[in-house]
Design a binder for this molecule. Structure first.
Ligand SMILES: [Zn+2]
Length: 339
């Protein structure tokens, strides 16, 4: 240090007064430790969203180029990380389509990481089957400026009307940690009737259906593997949820039956079922609900009676029956009352 100072004709103290020297000192003693602290803070900022090592995502291959995560038959909780819907992906020769993204940014990010463990092909399409928060609140994890987000023509309106309300309500239940980063994102491309996509030797047909489970249900038919991705147009094990039209849903099921698929991936349950047999339980439930409601209405029964009695015989056959059957009875009572 002494000889270097002499060579540069510097007096003792000159170095300490040099602005560059002060800057270097500041970097060493202030900015670097602060940066380290911030990195540590970022790593621990969302303790509620575990890594795949801490908690496996359970993405399983069910057919050639088809991977799925089966949702739990539960309502939203801090413990299940909102991972309650079936979500998955289809891999073609050139790209990947994601079908539904999960119940939160955390669920979606974990899905994205699990997806990257099975393929490095670009995600060309993110397909949302409908607005329900367990299926599409993971969208933000897939925004990269390149993937096209696709949904039913009615989905943008539904996202605008309900997206933020879903986020606020679910945040109250599971807390801010689990919902950190969650955003409601509408599709950039919509389907009015039918749309064809190709992921490279992997043609997909997307069909937008009339009001049934909701008023924005979209199904995907994977032609080469003959797989129907029904979204929540088919429930299995988990009590079906009527958020659109019971009568509409019964009609749509007849239309879906004509799709030449051999297998079904339902929105809940399964996740790998023969088609059309995989929808038998749900068709029976919807028919029973409609028959019971018509009888209750014609006997002058009230909505409260309908909630208690309609489709009661189905109780043992479904999970979350007490949670959803009374709501279905109310919704469909109002619909059938004016038949
Ligand atoms: Zn749904």
């Amino acid at each position: 240090m002494k000889s270097w100072r002499r060579q540069n004709h510097l007096k003792r103290g000159d170095l300490r007064r040099n602005p560059l020297y002060k800057t270097i000192l500041a970097i060493f003693f202030l900015i670097i430790p602060l940066g380290t602290l911030m990195v540590q803070a970022a790593e621990t900022a969302t303790p509620a969203c575990p890594s795949l090592e801490q908690r496996p995502f359970n993405l399983k291959q069910v057919a050639k180029g088809v991977y799925l995560r089966k949702g739990r038959h539960e309502t939203f909780t801090k413990d299940n990380l909102n991972a309650i819907a079936n979500i998955g992906l289809i891999i073609g020769d050139t790209s990947v389509a994601v079908i539904d993204t999960g119940g939160s940014f955390c669920d979606g990010s974990r899905f994205h990481k699990a997806l990257r463990q099975v393929t490095d092909k670009p995600i060309s399409h993110v397909i949302n089957t409908h607005v329900h928060p367990d299926h599409n609140l993971g969208n933000a994890a897939f925004v990269n400026g390149k993937s096209i987000f696709i949904g039913h023509k009615n989905l943008p309106r539904a996202v605008a009307d309900k997206g933020q309300i879903y986020i606020e309500n679910i945040t109250r239940i599971v807390g801010k940690d689990v919902m950190a980063g969650t955003k409601s994102i509408p599709p950039s491309v919509t389907v009015t009737d039918e749309m064809k996509l190709n992921l490279g030797n992997r043609p997909l047909t997307l069909m937008a259906l009339p009001t049934s489970h909701t008023n924005q249900d979209l199904v995907v038919f994977d032609e080469s593997q003959k797989i129907l991705w029904s979204g929540d147009l088919v429930f299995h094990e988990h009590t079906p949820v009527v958020d659109g039209s019971l009568l509409g849903w019964q009609t749509v099921m007849e239309r879906l039956a004509k799709i030449p698929a051999t297998h079904l991936i339902p929105g809940h349950g399964g996740p790998w079922l023969p088609w059309p047999e995989g929808a038998t339980d749900q068709i029976r439930y919807l028919n029973k609900l409609a028959t019971d409601l018509r009888r209750i209405i014609s006997n002058g029964g009230t909505m409260l009676e309908a909630q208690k009695q309609a489709a009661k015989e189905e109780e043992e056959k479904w999970k979350l029956f007490e949670e959803f059957n009374p709501r279905n009875a109310s919704a469909a009572f109002a619909e059938l009352e004016w038949e």
